[in-house]
Design a protein around this ligand. Structure first.
Ligand code: HEM
Ligand SMILES: *[C@@H]1O[C@H](CO)[C@@H](O)[C@H](O)[C@H]1NC(C)=O
Ligand SMILES: *[C@@H]1O[C@H](CO)[C@@H](O)[C@H](O)[C@H]1NC(C)=O
Ligand SMILES: *[C@@H]1O[C@H](CO)[C@@H](O)[C@H](O)[C@H]1NC(C)=O
Ligand SMILES: CC(=O)N[C@H]1CO[C@H](CO)[C@@H](O)[C@@H]1O
Length: 325
């Protein structure tokens, strides 16, 4: 009790006197209750109508939010366009396959009409990601706390070293997540996001054709699955070709990722890596249950969505998501 009271008091003092707040504690439900009461309805309705028209969009918006949060915190730095020659996060290697920018901009312009200068792009990303995967059930899968503010820095050079690569082993993944205040349970639960969406052949083709440089396949990848992947991704593959990451139910947000994972059908080395650690593989087994997956995913998303947030007087509310004010 004591330490948490003291730290709360400290936060309050530092927050009021210096104007710098420990962001995570400042996020809350209905932050825009007075300043923009319809924000959640507006974001939800636009997101749902766009998702109804494009079934690949939920994966895009979810991944965009992840890439935002893992670099400089959830401050919408992923949305900033390059000015002159200074490359921003979206110019870095993993960006090639990111999208959803236009949808976020559309939501932002509607919100600027409803309540100008009030709602941050970082909050829009968090809300839209949640709403996108809560369709067609139209049941929000987790609560999104709001009150984030937008940063004004975005550097391509900060992407590597923060965004995990699909070739990562378990200890690298764990390290990257721990650095963000996330634990092994979060790593496993959040990897379940790969129950939807697509991946380019280049992110896993080494596992099919030349795993150790001897023309061999990754022995930890299911042999039946290898054949089907080879048919989709010939060697060398067209750089644009993509495959479903959860072939059984790529369009539905469910625990199927964990069920295929235990059949050695995790697409990336980073997916398969979750089976190489005792605690992690125990969690994998637990999350095969549909309810357990959705509960744990939601909890971990709330943690991810609070990484390094700017609140209070820090940062700004961008007028356009692609440029600082
Ligand atoms: C654990 C480490 C992770 C690694 C190494 C990783 C890596 C990747 C890679 C390489 C792709 C394929 C990109 C492409 O080729 O187009 C991908 C797709 C995706 N990732 Fe992850 N990811 C990780 C965690 C996450 C997390 C935490 C989330 C969200 C909470 C997420 C959500 C997605 C989604 C939704 C897609 C599909 C995107 C689409 O369909 O365009 N990933 N990931
Ligand atoms: C496999 O990898 C080795 C070593 O990196 C390389 O020399 C060889 O050309 C590769 N073979 C194919 C078929 O890609
Ligand atoms: C590989 O996948 C098949 C189904 O496609 C499954 O029956 C088999 O058990 C899997 N093998 C391993 C080693 O997980
Ligand atoms: C970025 O924002 C901070 C306040 O959060 C401000 O001190 C700084 O001057 C800004 N930098 C630029 C380049 O706008
Ligand atoms: C959409 C986007 O911004 N793509 C850029 C990603 O980064 C490469 C360079 O690494 C650029 O060429 C793309 O235009």
């Amino acid at each position: 009790m004591r330490p948490s009271f003291v730290s709360m008091l400290l936060t309050l003092v530092v927050c009021t006197v210096v104007g710098v707040c420990n962001g995570q504690d400042q996020l809350r439900m209905k932050f825009y209750h007075k300043s923009c009461p319809s924000v959640e309805t507006i974001v939800r309705d636009i997101t749902w109508s766009k998702v109804a028209a494009s079934s690949i969009l939920p994966a895009k918006l979810l991944r965009l939010h992840f890439h935002d949060c893992f670099v400089r915190g959830c401050d919408a730095s992923i949305l900033l366009d390059r000015v002159g020659t200074d490359q921003t996060e979206k110019d870095a290697r993993p960006n090639l396959s990111l999208s959803g920018y236009d949808e976020i901009n559309d939501i932002k312009s509607k919100l600027e009409q409803a309540c100008p200068g009030v709602v941050s792009c970082a909050d829009i990303l968090a809300l839209a990601a949640r709403d996108a995967v809560s369709f067609p059930s139209r049941t929000p899968l987790w609560d999104v706390l709001t009150g984030r503010r937008d940063g004004n820095v975005s550097l391509a050079s900060e992407v590597n070293g923060n965004i995990p690569s699909p070739f990562s082993d378990f200890s690298t993944l764990k390290q990257l997540f721990v650095k963000k205040g996330l634990n092994v349970n979060d790593l496993v639960a959040l990897s379940g996001a790969h129950t939807i969406g697509f991946a380019h052949c280049g992110t896993f083709s080494r596992r099919l054709y030349n795993f150790t440089g001897k023309g061999d396949a990754d022995p930890s990848l299911n042999a039946t699955y290898i054949e089907s992947l080879k048919a989709q991704c010939p060697n060398p593959a067209n750089a644009q070709t993509t495959v479903e990451m959860d072939p059984q139910s790529s369009g539905s947000f469910d625990s199927s990722y964990f069920n295929i994972l235990v059949q050695n059908k995790g697409l990336f080395q980073s997916d398969a890596a979750l089976l190489t650690d005792k605690a992690s593989s125990k969690t994998v087994q637990q999350l095969r249950k549909p309810r357990a997956f959705l509960d744990e995913f939601g909890k971990s998303m709330k943690k991810m969505a609070a990484i390094g947030v700017l609140t209070g007087k820090a940062g700004e509310i961008r007028k356009q998501c692609g440029v600082v004010n």
